[in-house]
Design a protein around this ligand. Structure first.
Ligand SMILES: Cc1cc2nc3c(=O)[nH]c(=O)nc-3n(C[C@H](O)[C@H](O)[C@H](O)COP(=O)(O)OP(=O)(O)OC[C@H]3O[C@@H](n4cnc5c(N)ncnc54)[C@H](O)[C@@H]3O)c2cc1C
Length: 147
């Protein structure tokens, strides 16, 4: 099945609906489809397809940060006393692929204390480390130095 802007004729029932075709949504859809190719999976993305030059050509990606861009959603924060009562714009992916369509393609691993502060069994820095290593085994040599 492909990309549709309206539900295709005859589609009245699916096995899984994923809300948001961003980074996580697409990964989850792909993993589910690989695990069970017989599943009918509907990914509902609020933004457009990501076939735009500012996404296909990495050098043009700063254009996605212009507030009129439709590639990102710009959330406005509350006024912050610590910022002189200013509101900030926080960009978030707003097309198919979400942030992975518009991000700057830099890899950085969070600090141990960030994971540990979740204080959630199974999600500590030690629990996460094997998966974080898996992410960077292919090409990022710098990862090998980190513990
Ligand atoms: C400009 C920018 C630069 C970044 N640079 C980097 C980087 O260099 N390195 C890095 O590691 N990370 C970077 N990030 C962060 C990274 O891309 C995100 O953390 C990651 O993509 C978030 O994934 P997610 O699945 O949580 O959300 P998203 O990928 O944002 O997915 C959410 C999806 O839901 C959709 N959606 C929202 N509301 C609705 C709705 N009501 N109905 C249907 N769909 C909806 C959105 O359009 C979006 O596609 C960057 C992010 C941005 C925005």
């Amino acid at each position: 099945m492909g990309i549709y802007t309206v539900l295709p004729d005859g589609l009245s029932e699916v096995d899984v609906i994923i809300a948001g075709g961003g980074t996580t949504g697409c990964v989850v859809a792909a993993r589910l489809a690989t695990a069970d190719p017989g599943l009918c999976i509907l990914v509902v993305e609020g933004g457009s397809n990501n076939d735009m030059p500012t996404i296909a050509v990495p050098a043009l990606c700063p254009a996605n940060l212009v507030p009129s861009s439709t590639a990102n959603i710009f959330y406005k924060t509350n006024k912050e006393k610590q910022l002189g009562d200013r509101e900030l714009l926080v960009a978030s992916g707003g097309v198919l692929g979400g942030g992975s369509s518009t991000n700057l393609m830099m890899y950085s691993r969070a600090q141990r204390s960030d994971f540990d502060s979740w204080n959630t069994p199974g999600w500590s820095a030690d629990d996460m480390l094997p998966y974080l290593r898996k992410v960077c085994t292919s090409s990022v040599n710098g990862c090998k130095r980190l513990r």
